[in-house]
Design a protein around this ligand. Structure first.
Ligand SMILES: NC(=O)C1=CN([C@@H]2O[C@H](COP(=O)(O)OP(=O)(O)OC[C@H]3O[C@@H](n4cnc5c(N)ncnc54)[C@H](O)[C@@H]3O)[C@@H](O)[C@H]2O)[C@@H](O)CC1
Ligand SMILES: [K+]
Length: 461
């Protein structure tokens, strides 16, 4: 079975070294990778001629193994290699391939397999490598990237050269971080992982799989299912949207704490004004604040009261701009969940002294320095928590709509009200958000998205 482990380059090299220490040679690992990838290539090529682009490292070595497998099966296959292989194992793979190898040729075959660089890409692809990648980008052939697309930096997902749009990307041995990060992720097409027998059980960073939700217990009542308070502020629309989403994501009872009149609120949403009275209710199992909270003194006071309540909390939007380290004194940070988008993540990093650049590093460090669960949302949402990083498959690009984040915060809070586990709540929420988008697509509004949560919930029961 495929592992869900997601490895940095350093962790990948360590896993491969551990396999070699256990007696599996690099040559054997390359055979497993190349043969496994070749099975996918043949499935996609279905008899059509194939060109394999081979680079100087072991990714190129994989390419020679793939070409050899295709050759042995009677495929018309040729290798284009702008340089001779440099690593010993790749040289051995090159020597073992007895088909056609060219330094340069036009990309005329209907299927092209890109093995120029894997996780060893260390600088911008230039010269003949860049020319080949540009030509590949312009071609309408079926494109398969081996391990990672050759201009993609494996740890950050940043792009160091011309980036074709691939139909299929075959991760070798384990997922790399770039498989879940933008901008790289958008170019990879379908993603599959080819196992090569690495021991990955200790990996802390994982890709997530669809959650299993459960129906309320047979003897449940509304409080036992979870009572959520959504604490509004100066603007009425956003917290109402969060509350409506929360009503469809599992909590038994959602209260909106707001001074606004909310004429459009559904009849079954309870609206109260007295924040202190609501927070004193022993039955409150989670609180959400931030959407529409505002950023003035009154908003800061409301946030402090929410944090002082000691309840599991989701902080989003304005709350993330107001949050300061001193507000967390005495708080049980393991009950707190932050749901920043890129801009809010930058603000939080400033407030908490995190100076790293990439979204992944920032989210990880923000969790490490604060202890809070950090769900850094966006087209490449990542979750940082006590057990490590969690990654998600690509969601619908139609989620880029106003109010989408308010809906997500409402879902996280609803799930938190159900079971009080911040990390699990975030994982479930991202999947529910994606599934609601899939069901509401294409051009939905945020309130359509909140409604589509009802059938989305059914997908995970
Ligand atoms: N190490 C192992 O045990 C295994 C490795 N495998 C393959 O090996 C790959 C990693 O191999 P390598 O570490 O050799 O790395 P790569 O094959 O990704 O490439 C590294 C080589 O390219 C050069 N290079 C990097 N960036 C360049 C640029 N922009 N322009 C020109 N040259 C550049 C480097 O100097 C080095 O010679 C994986 O992605 C995977 O495909 C698989 O065969 C499975 C087993
Ligand atoms: K590649």
């Amino acid at each position: 079975m495929n592992s869900t482990a997601v490895l940095s380059v350093e962790a990948m090299r360590a896993a491969e070294q551990a396999a070699m220490n256990a007696g599996i040679s690099e040559w054997e690992l390359m055979q497993r990778a190349g043969q496994g990838a070749a099975r996918w290539v043949m499935r996609m090529a279905a008899g059509r001629p194939v060109t394999v682009l081979c680079g100087p490292g072991n990714n190129g070595g994989d390419g020679y193994v793939i070409a050899g497998c295709l050759h042995a099966k009677g495929y018309k296959v040729r290798v284009i290699a702008p340089v001779e292989p440099k690593s010993e194992t790749a040289r051995k793979a090159r020597a073992a391939f007895d088909g056609e190898v060219m330094g340069r040729a036009a990309l005329t075959d209907p299927v092209v397999v890109d093995c120029l660089f894997g996780y060893g890409l260390s600088r911008n692809a230039k010269g003949e490598f860049a020319n080949l990648l540009e030509e590949l980008a312009a071609s309408d052939c079926y494109k398969i990237a081996i391990d990672v697309p050759s201009s993609v930096e494996s740890d950050s997902g940043s792009v160091l050269g011309p980036l074709p749009r691939y139909n299929l990307t075959l991760a070798l041995g384990a997922w790399k971080q770039a498989h879940f990060l933008m901008p790289a992720m958008a170019s990879m097409g379908a993603l599959r992982c080819v196992p090569i027998g690495l021991a990955l059980n200790d990996a802390s960073d994982q890709s997530t799989t669809a959650p299993r939700l459960t129906a309320p217990a047979a003897d449940s009542h509304k409080y036992r299912r979870g009572l959520l308070a959504v604490v509004a502020g100066s603007m009425p629309g956003a917290p109402l949207l969060s509350a409506e989403a929360a009503m469809h994501a599992g909590a038994g009872y959602v209260k909106l704490v707001s001074d606004h009149s909310h004429p459009d609120a559904p009849a079954d949403l309870v609206i109260e004004q007295d924040l202190d009275a609501v927070l004193e209710d022993e039955r409150i199992s989670a609180v959400l604040t931030g959407p529409g909270l505002g950023r003035d003194d009154e908003a800061r006071k409301r946030l402090s009261r929410v944090l002082g309540s000691g309840r599991p909390c989701v902080l989003d939007a304005d709350a993330l701009h107001l949050l300061r380290p001193d507000m967390l004194k005495g708080a049980d940070v393991t009950k707190l969940c932050l749901t920043p988008h890129e801009g809010e993540l930058a603000t939080l990093c400033e407030s908490f002294g995190v100076t790293l650049q990439s979204k992944l590093d920032r989210a990880r460090r923000l969790h490490d320095v604060t202890g809070m669960t950090v769900l850094a949302k966006g087209p490449d949402t990542v979750l940082a928590d006590r057990e490590g990083m969690r990654f998600f498959p690509r969601g619908s690009s139609w989620l880029s709509v106003a109010g989408s984040g308010d809906v997500l915060a409402g879902i996280v809070a609803s799930r938190l009200a159900v079971h009080s586990d911040t990390m699990r709540a975030c994982e479930e929420a991202v999947w529910l958000h994606h599934e609601a988008a899939r069901r509401a697509a294409p051009a939905f509004s945020a309130s359509d998205l909140a409604c589509a949560l009802i059938p989305a919930m059914a997908s995970f029961l």
